[in-house]
Design a protein around this ligand. Structure first.
Ligand code: NAP
Length: 299
């Protein structure tokens, strides 16, 4: 495996991840983003800018995708001058975004038809773990390709799991996000009830942290949801809803009834309809507030 990495997608996660590759200094980095302005600060740090996805693919041994959803991946692969036009022997595509198992299996076939290699590698953890290189990486696909990619993946975190054939890592990722979104929806209900019942927020967090339901997600999000009302996106709500939708579709194919997930999904759709899609997923709490869902802070 050569040492040139082409990185596509400089969103909330991608820009932190690519910064870690560059600072390790072990790989040459070529970058591309739909909105080119987001690339300029990385040029100063030593990354090369590609003017098209085809050029990025031509120059790279390994192409990493960190894109919003399957529409974006399709665009990157197939748009005129896209990745597939230059994909071939000796090149590996690693998709680290969250897409459905079915979709990733179809991408694996497209890449293999062109004699390239593919693994899926979705991640657990958000903006701060991405910055601190403490993400958990779930991988699946050809095990030999995974072993060859291990060093690159370790740029993003030490905890790397190989799950088996392509589709298994994305399925596991969706299970985690399905549970997490459900937890956030239920946590929101509990917090709003507590507030209306005049229980002090800090006392609520303290009790929850000392109970059987304590969880890192509650510790990380609790204060920003109820006290500081900071919903700047770490994991955008629209992506949380995308993952719920995909999790429900997987459950349906496996004949598993998921009424709790369906209810959480309805709540996240409502939050998107109310205009909170670009905010953090914890903004789901705003669907439970009176009026327009906006939190008006007295200053
Ligand atoms: P993000 O901030 O929304 O960034 C999305 C990236 O995809 C940007 O580079 C964006 O380009 C590009 N993009 C979006 N729509 C596109 C389209 N139609 N065509 C081409 N490019 C498009 O997302 P993120 O939070 O970094 O997440 C990326 C992926 O990782 C998602 O699948 C998400 O579910 C998953 N993930 C996120 C987190 C998290 O905490 N944020 C954690 C784990 C996994 P522009 O810059 O031009 O908009």
């Amino acid at each position: 495996m050569g040492n040139v990495i082409g990185f596509v997608g400089l969103g909330i996660m991608g820009r932190e991840m690519v910064a870690n590759i560059i600072s390790r200094g072990k790989y040459e980095t070529v970058i591309f983003n739909r909105t080119p302005a987001k690339c300029s600060s990385f040029k100063k740090k030593g990354a090369k800018l590609a003017s098209s996805l085809a050029e990025l693919t031509k120059k790279s041994d390994v192409i990493i995708l960190m894109l919003a959803d399957s529409d974006a991946v399709r665009w990157a692969l197939e748009d005129t001058g896209g990745i597939l036009s230059e994909m071939g022997e000796g090149k590996t595509l690693i998709d680290m975004g969250t897409n459905s198992p079915e979709f990733n299996i179809s991408v694996e076939s497209m890449v293999r038809e062109r004699m390239g290699e593919y693994i899926e590698a979705p991640v657990l953890g958000s903006k701060i773990p991405a910055r601190e290189a403490t993400l958990t990486v779930l991988t699946a696909g050809d095990e030999k390709v995974f072993e060859r990619s291990r060093d690159i993946l370790s740029s993003f975190g030490e905890k790397i799991f190989y799950m088996g054939e392509c589709g298994k890592a994305s399925q596991m990722k969706l299970i985690v996000n399905q549970i997490m979104a459900g937890m956030l929806a239920l946590f929101s209900e509990g917090l709003v009830i507590g507030e209306r019942a005049d229980i002090l927020p800090d006392r609520m967090f303290e009790v929850i942290e000392n109970s059987a339901i304590q969880a890192p997600i509650f510790k990380v999000k609790g204060r920003s949801m109820l006290v500081s009302h900071d919903f700047s996106p770490h994991f955008p709500l629209k992506h949380a809803q995308k993952d719920l939708r995909q999790a429900l579709s997987c459950a349906d194919k496996l004949d598993v009834s998921c009424p709790v997930t369906a209810s959480a999904n309805a709540q996240f759709i409502r939050a998107k309809d109310m205009g909170f899609g670009e905010e953090d997923s914890s903004a789901v709490i705003k669907t439970l507030l009176k009026g327009d869902g906006e939190i008006h802070i007295d200053v």
